[in-house]
Design a binder for this molecule. Structure first.
Ligand code: SF4
Length: 246
């Protein structure tokens, strides 16, 4: 028994020494920015997908409501609703436009080519996808990936606002015109909105280009990189390299 206690105390001292060393090496930000991870929350919910995720009960209830939502015509054409995924303790939430074909199939946001670029953009500022939360203004896929209709945005917006209320992020990044205009209640273009810090109910909002648009217009990546650096600054993240990830 005495040996076990001594062993336990030795372990505690070792962990404490390790933490102290990392803090002294200036890794405070990286060390403390490790929220408990919450894996994907499919709108279908764990019971229907067979997944076993940790999530808050409130988010799970909202996800189920979204999965059964029939408030607009997209409920007739969707494969499944895409609620969002990430950490329930995320400091940063990224809000995109709507699920595409692959997202509709998998029930997860940003899993296609644009999603891969988004992952690289996050990694460039030392964030893993699992540390943030990713969702869209529309939870169901518009047929043929057409733009969201105004009435669809009006119908779906309360889901997003409820989601943001539950997640309480420190910072929101809106991806593209539709997400930015919806959350900021404006008709200004993304080109005019980006480059500034806006406000959504007391939470700073950084608008930037949608990753899908960046794939078509790679010349805008330099501006997206500036926006990511602004996000890193507001979250006090250490960026290992100032190089644009491209
Ligand atoms: S897009 Fe939104 S409002 Fe329309 S059916 Fe899907 S969840 Fe409901």
């Amino acid at each position: 028994m005495l040996n076990e206690k001594a062993e336990f105390l030795r372990s505690v001292r070792s962990v404490r020494r390790h933490v102290q060393e990392r803090l002294e090496q200036g890794e405070a930000t990286a060390f403390f920015y490790q929220p408990p991870l919450r894996t994907g929350v499919s709108a279908a919910g764990p019971e229907q997908t067979g997944e076993h995720q940790t999530q808050t009960p409130e988010l799970a209830t909202l996800a189920k409501r979204v999965a059964n939502c029939r408030k607009c015509g997209l409920s007739q054409t969707r494969g499944q609703a895409v609620f969002g995924e990430g950490s329930a303790q995320a400091r940063l939430i990224l809000v995109g436009e709507a699920p595409g074909a692959e997202e509709d199939r998998q029930g997860r946001p940003f899993v296609g080519a644009a999603g891969k670029l988004l992952t690289r953009m996050l990694e460039a500022i030392s964030l893993q996808r699992e540390q943030v939360y990713i969702c869209n203004i529309l939870k169901c896929r518009p047929p043929g990936n057409r733009n969201p209709l105004p009435e669809e945005i009006v119908a779906c917006e309360p889901h997003l606002r409820e989601q943001l209320k539950l997640l309480k992020p420190d910072l929101i990044c809106t991806l593209g015109t539709f997400a930015s205009q919806t959350l900021l209640n404006t008709h200004e273009t993304i080109g005019r909105l980006r480059g500034r810090t806006h406000d959504y109910q007391g939470i700073p909002v950084i608008p930037t280009f949608h990753p899908a648009a960046l794939l078509y217009h790679p010349g805008n990546k330099q501006y997206a990189w500036e926006d990511m650096q602004r996000i890193a600054g507001l979250l006090k993240l250490k960026i290992p390299s100032k190089k644009n990830p491209g």
